[in-house]
Design a protein around this ligand. Structure first.
Ligand code: NAD
Length: 354
């Protein structure tokens, strides 16, 4: 079995090395094959997603992704930018479900901007619809009508798009505390009325999972008021874009958070697994980036793509122990404390695998 490892730009290669090392340690039978993507590919005179890289992904069971994007390409049209690779992968593999677990590890409560007692033990998952809704609906344009500039975006959902994302959320909830909160704006939006109806219908297939509904404005407030009450949040594309970043920042460190984007291939098992952060050009090449997000992305890959819950949980427990033992990379150390490098943090996780 092959995993396509696409390190990309900035800190991508430094932290993806950690994810690969952990995968190799727990699953020596899985071959991680690296290929260029993003600015790394452009610098070699290739497109952002070279044909060979795509062919590797076609053969692979999953993609372990680093990050793409470099300041040198800012301002260029999308097709000429490193980020275009990610756009193509999401589109061509129909990666419709973005899954973001948000956890505060014991010992990291103080990194949050919320009071430690509000985030202690925080453990939720945001499931965001990624290929539909207002970001893709047509018409989508700017125009001049009767001499006046106007613009239109279209929010549209079809029931099957809602059904499949709801199923992802309910399945994930089954492996956790069995609660799904569906977020919409059904007091205003027709798409939300459809959303609520379809999610409720799908819930009937999961009588063991509790479902409740929140309006998006209320959800934004409850996330900072009582974040620990949430188990799985499922929502449409734009609401999910905003709420998943709000949820992520509850932890205080972008460097610890992984994500999975799941599609329809291999019965929904194929996916792209990546840190939620970007290429962090401000710290790239210095060996100081936090590799946790890539290591935990590898854990998600084990869980969702390889059906290997045992090793996924093993990796997560190792990370937990490393934090509990006080090991920190630069962005998480308190003043006067000593930070470890990316490589040293990775070694610490490897040594804590039981
Ligand atoms: P960023 O996430 O790269 O960086 C934001 C801040 O978080 C920076 O201060 C950075 O140093 C810090 N940070 C991020 N990851 C870290 C880690 N693992 N350890 C320690 N600190 C970390 O966001 P940005 O600066 O807005 O974007 C930089 C580039 O990344 C842009 O070109 C953007 O387009 C791209 N980007 C790519 C992805 C992706 O590949 N999925 C996602 C977001 C941004």
């Amino acid at each position: 079995m092959i995993v396509a490892a696409l390190p990309g730009d900035g800190i991508g290669p430094e932290i993806t090395r950690a994810g690969i090392a952990v995968l190799r340690e727990v699953r020596p039978d899985v071959e991680c094959v690296e290929a260029p993507v993003g600015g790394d590919a452009l610098a070699r005179g290739l497109p952002a997603l070279p044909d060979e890289t795509r062919a590797l992904c076609d053969r692979a069971a999953a993609i372990l992704f680093g990050s793409v994007g470099l300041p040198a390409y800012d301002g260029k049209p999308l097709q000429e930018r490193p980020e275009y690779a990610l756009f193509l992968l999401r589109r061509d593999y129909e990666l419709f479900a973005n899954v973001r677990p948000v956890r505060v590890f014991p010992g990291l409560e103080d990194a949050s901007t919320l009071k430690p007692e509000l985030v202690r033990g925080l453990d939720l998952v945001v499931v965001r619809e990624l290929t539909g809704g207002i970001y893709f609906g047509k018409p989508k344009e700017q125009r001049v009508v009767d001499g006046i500039e106007e613009a239109v975006d279209t929010m549209i959902y079809r029931a099957p798009e809602i059904e499949r994302i709801a199923r992802v959320a309910f399945e994930i909830a089954r492996g956790r505390r069995r609660r799904v909160t569906s977020v919409d704006k059904q007091n205003i939006l027709e798409t939300s009325r459809l959303w609520r109806r379809v999610v409720t219908r799908v819930a009937a297939e999961y009588p063991d999972v509790e479902l409740d509904h929140l309006l998006v404005d209320n959800a934004a407030m409850q996330l900072v008021r009582r974040p620990r009450d949430f188990c799985v949040i499922v929502t449409e594309n734009m609401f999910g874009d905003i709420l998943s970043d709000e949820a992520a920042i509850l932890t205080g460190s972008i460097g610890t958070l992984p994500s999975a984007s799941l599609g329809t291939r291999r019965d929904g098992k194929f996916g792209l697994f990546e840190p939620i952060g970007g290429s962090a050009p401000d710290i790239a090449g210095r060996g100081v980036a936090n590799p946790t997000a890539s290591i935990l992305s590898a854990a998600l890959l084990l869980r969702h793509a390889l059906d290997d819950e045992e090793n996924a949980a093993r990796v997560e427990r190792a990370v937990e122990r490393v934090y509990a033992g006080g090991t920190r990379t630069a962005e998480l150390v308190a003043r006067g404390e000593k930070a470890v490098t990316t490589a040293a943090f990775t070694d610490a996780v490897l040594s804590q695998l039981e």
